[in-house]
Design a binder for this molecule. Structure first.
Ligand SMILES: C[S@@+](CC[C@H](N)C(=O)[O-])C[C@H]1O[C@@H](n2cnc3c(N)ncnc32)[C@H](O)[C@@H]1O
Length: 253
């Protein structure tokens, strides 16, 4: 989904962007698929790392798992607790999880690895807390391959790439498989599910991309305004077309 936590995105803005995306049918189906790939026996311990506002933690708990949400941001944890009272969420860094060796049967991280300073360190930590036979599922978008129909394709490419470059690891999703193999996981499988956005509610999200590109100096003020204008007109005419391939990688410890 078109969101991230970068130096330019405060928690309130990020929560609004996540809220806009997470109830869309594609997002609901993708979460459901991620739970399936965890192969959780009833009552199994599963950690959702970078849990944000806690929806996946609540959904996994509802399915009978002992779900623990972990996140660095206290404001996210506060939002999670107020939205889903009773869920187990705790402050923790992905590189230093508050679990003993082999304590978890499942590990999930959704739209998180692109912002971690050292993804391999987080994967090593995932491997430590998972029991042998435990499952890991990573989800995220490849920021370089966001598809946006436009009459200004060169400008669109510049916007997408400039926005991608504001993320620490914009192409990590295409590397999930190799990172998991390098970290010693096996039975690694990758699926790509493309989310399609045609509704006007998507305009603020892609306008944010143009704004990020403008801020980096990759495009001018006038180009940003003209591009957002075109996308707004498309949305008003029912002609918006945005597609985001979401990578989902699963593996066994
Ligand atoms: C884009 S949000 C995704 C939230 C949630 N997984 C979802 O799909 O809605 C990324 C989350 O990762 C958290 N995060 C960032 N760096 C982290 C780290 N080093 N350890 C744990 N959580 C982290 C952020 O606070 C934020 O809540």
């Amino acid at each position: 989904m078109p969101d991230t936590h970068t130096a330019h995105t405060d928690t309130g803005t990020l929560i609004r962007m996540l809220d806009a995306a997470e109830t869309m049918p594609d997002a609901v189906a993708l979460r459901a698929r991620s739970y399936q790939l965890l192969w959780l026996p009833p009552g199994a311990t599963v950690v959702d790392v970078g849990c944000g506002t806690g929806r996946a933690v609540a959904e996994l708990a509802q399915q009978g798992a002992r779900a623990i949400g972990l996140d660095l941001d206290p404001d996210m944890l506060a939002a999670a607790r107020s939205r889903f009272p009773g869920i187990d969420v705790r402050a923790a860094d992905a590189a230093d999880l508050p679990l003993g060796d082999g304590q978890a049967h499942g590990y999930r991280a959704d739209k998180v690895y692109h912002i971690l300073p050292e993804p391999p360190a987080a994967l090593a930590e995932a491997r430590r807390v998972l029991a042998p036979g435990g499952r890991i599922v990573l989800l995220g978008q490849d920021w370089d391959t966001m598809v946006i129909d436009s009459d200004q394709p060169d400008l669109t490419r510049r916007i997408v790439h400039a926005r991608a470059d504001t993320v620490p690891h914009p192409r990590i999703a295409r590397a999930y498989r190799n990172l998991l193999l390098d970290a010693g996981f096996h039975e690694v499988e990758v699926e790509v599910h493309t989310a399609i956005f045609t509704e006007a509610t998507t305009v603020p999200l892609i306008a944010g991309h143009a704004e990020a590109a403008r801020r980096t100096g990759a495009i001018s003020d006038e180009q940003a305004a003209a591009w957002v204008d075109e996308q707004t007109r498309r949305a008003a005419a029912g002609r918006l077309m945005v597609a985001i391939p979401m990578f989902l990688a699963a593996a066994t410890r």
